[in-house]
Design a protein around this ligand. Structure first.
Ligand code: ADP
Length: 481
């Protein structure tokens, strides 16, 4: 089976969040299952030179794009890694100014161009996929181009799958702006498809209408987005298309996230050695962050973009109540200054007990997963969430809100059955978060044997991509039968 992936980011070339991880790990897992996979993404200027230098030129052509028929250069630069072919779409006008996302006004043209150029490149390369798997709003116009501008061309034989990684971002802009840059037929700018309201068009909405299948990254999020609370204004649209919507939970790359081989850790470990080695990692973390060095304290980690989505107002509300002489809190993240400043304030208030590391730091993230006893993920909404999966694999117990993928991947600790993976709470309420954390602390300090069993159970839980890749494969097969 031949699968083409189209999206705006892909680790290790360019990543700002979970989408980048999925675009890396899923094609690799499918390749291991015997699929031929190609990944299309823009050749952004921010892609490190070590990758740019090793690309092979596969050809170029001019492509018409806009409503008035302006044509644009499309270059195709290629590399192959572990059997996955990566085709970078090269156009300096769109991609030569640094970061992937620079503001919606400029991003709309960039991603209209990406969607159309990737399809044109498939025809140019004479590689017709069985399925084109598009990701988030940036690639949401692909299903529309496929059934209109590319009608009757070889690539139109392909089926399309559109995956929602985060419904909050939809690619909404003035109707005229999208009409001009997409060059899509007027008929699509109607209510059931691209029209958002009297003045605005919505790229995600159009893609969801035209895709052969819609997936999102957990079964719970697939249900939630059909409700007004989580639907970001598209709940009715998604209920209408519910027949083709399903949820498949993400995995993590277990080679990348492997505590036994992780060179970034002070001490490497597996489920047998975790108890002794986590203490060493904890001490190293405390030392490097200027926390009181004492392995008997419980360390609560938080690795996150600092945005409203992540439930940080709840953490802000309860943090002073957590500091009791036996508890330390380590925050790694950047984002909204409101949260950055709140965590900096607590670091000043509780020296030696709280560390706020306001930055993006891949290495420190690994050290926090390894050195923490528990990881906080109290999100307002969470399509899947990767940090709770990484935490489990590194023997840190997740404390999560029961929403989206957090609900599907973290079973609450059950005292009677001695089962479960972590501590959970349902309503978005700081008192409930505090209770969940206190329950975790109670088990940690009063029944360490049970806690340690949970740590080991979590490390042995299958959080790899294999099962999810199988489910995607079944979905693709159901489309081409
Ligand atoms: P989202 O995509 O909403 O940001 P996910 O949980 O799906 O959230 O993915 C977050 C990924 O980004 C994880 O791999 C996590 O370790 C990483 N990450 C988040 N913030 C930071 C940070 N400040 N430094 C390093 N890695 C981070």
């Amino acid at each position: 089976m031949k699968i083409a992936f189209i999206g705006s980011e892909c680790y290790p070339f360019v990543k700002t969040g979970g989408l980048g991880d999925v675009m890396y790990a899923l094609p690799r897992a499918l390749t291991r299952e015997g699929c031929e996979t190609r990944v299309f993404l823009p050749l952004y200027q921010c892609i490190p030179g070590k990758y740019r230098e090793n690309l092979t030129w596969k050809g170029s052509f001019m492509m018409d794009l806009t409503m008035d028929g302006n044509t644009y250069f499309v270059g195709i630069m290629e590399t192959v890694m572990d059997g996955v072919i990566y085709d970078f779409i090269d156009n300096r006008e769109f991609y030569d100014w640094g970061n992937p996302y620079t503001g919606l006004w400029e991003d709309i043209p960039k991603y209209c161009y990406l969607s159309k150029a990737a399809l044109a490149a498939l025809n140019y390369l004479e590689w017709v996929p069985d399925v084109i798997h598009c990701h988030d709003w940036q690639a949401a116009l692909v299903p529309l181009y496929l059934r209109t501008r590319f009608y009757g061309t070889p690539v139109a034989q392909a089926k399309s799958v559109l995956t929602i990684h985060n419904l909050r971002f939809q690619g909404i802009c003035g109707i005229q702006h999208l009409k001009y840059w997409s060059g899509l037929p007027d008929g699509l700018f109607d209510y059931p498809v691209l029209k958002h309201n009297e003045d605005e068009a919505n790229m995600f909405k159009g893609g969801l209408a035209y895709a052969d299948r819609i997936t999102t990254v957990s079964a719970t999020y697939a249900r939630e987005i059909q409700t007004p609370d989580y639907g970001e204004g598209l709940d009715a649209h998604l209920r209408y298309h519910a027949g083709k919507l399903s949820g498949i939970v993400n995995g993590i790359d277990v080679d990348l996230w492997n505590s036994e081989t992780d060179q970034l850790l002070a001490a490497r470990y597996n489920a047998d050695t975790v108890l002794e080695k986590k203490a060493l990692n904890k001490r190293a973390l405390q030392q490097s962050l200027g926390l009181e060095e004492d392995e008997s304290k419980i360390v609560l980690g938080l690795v996150s973009r600092l945005t409203d989505q992540k439930g940080l107002d709840l953490v802000d509300a309860v943090l002073p109540q957590l500091i009791d002489g036996n508890t330390q809190v380590v925050v790694l993240g950047t984002g909204d200054p409101r949260y950055e400043n709140a965590f900096r304030y607590y670091e000043g208030q509780f020296p030696g007990s709280v560390c706020a590391y306001i930055s993006y730091n891949e290495g420190l993230a690994h050290q926090i997963y390894a050195g923490s006893d528990a990881l906080l993920v109290p999100s307002l909404f969470e399509p899947c969430g990767l940090t709770q999966l990484i935490a489990m694999r590194y023997g840190a117990v997740p404390i999560v809100r029961e929403t989206g993928g957090l609900k599907d991947t973290v079973l609450p600790y059950d005292d009677e059955q001695n089962a479960g993976n972590g501590f959970t709470f349902n309503w978005y309420d700081s008192g409930l978060l505090l209770k969940a954390i206190n329950d975790a602390k109670t088990l940690y300090f009063n029944n360490r044997g049970r806690w340690d069993e949970m740590v080991r159970r979590n490390m042995q839980k299958d959080v790899s991509w294999e099962q999810s890749a199988q489910q995607y494969l079944e979905l693709y097969k159901s489309l081409i039968r």
